[in-house]
Design a protein around this ligand. Structure first.
Ligand SMILES: [Zn+2]
Length: 149
């Protein structure tokens, strides 16, 4: 169950695309790749879940969930499309890109407002969600191996 939650955590930051429909701009703090993609945001979400959910009530589970969600923002910095991720929110709102951006994400081209978020999600899904889910599963596997061995 924790592994599935980790995978959900890895995808969760992109729920920010609903902001497009609400009129929040991409570059805003709560816009796409904004605060929800920050390492601090990942830690906050993991802490809340650890506090309310028994299965996640351990340092290992907390670190795993933080890592699962933070890996999403980190992977987004490797993309060459759109804006970078606000990794260091709330300390710094700058949109960060890694020095090397090997992942090509098709830019957001559709002018149609509600379609914009969907286009972004589809292009991000295959490059960011899949590796994130793989990372989350690997983290969970390592944690499991460490606790049994
Ligand atoms: Zn993202």
């Amino acid at each position: 169950m924790l592994a599935i939650t980790g995978a959900a955590f890895a995808m969760a930051p992109d729920a920010d695309v609903i902001g497009f429909a609400l009129g929040i701009e991409y570059a805003d703090t709560w816009g796409h790749r904004g605060a929800t993609h920050a390492i601090a945001f990942a830690a906050i979400c993991a802490a809340i879940l650890s506090a309310i959910w028994k299965e996640a009530r351990s340092i290992g589970a907390f670190l795993f969930l933080t890592f699962a969600m933070a890996s999403h923002g980190l992977l987004d910095t490797l993309t060459s499309g759109g804006l970078g991720a606000a990794l260091f929110w709330p300390f710094d709102n700058a949109r960060i890109f890694a020095p090397y951006t090997p992942v090509r994400v098709s830019p957001i081209g559709a002018d149609f407002f509600s379609a914009r978020g969907v286009v972004t999600l589809v292009s991000e899904a295959k490059w960011i969600w899949l590796p994130c889910i793989a990372l989350a599963m690997t983290g969970w596997g390592l944690r499991k191996a460490a606790s049994t061995g």
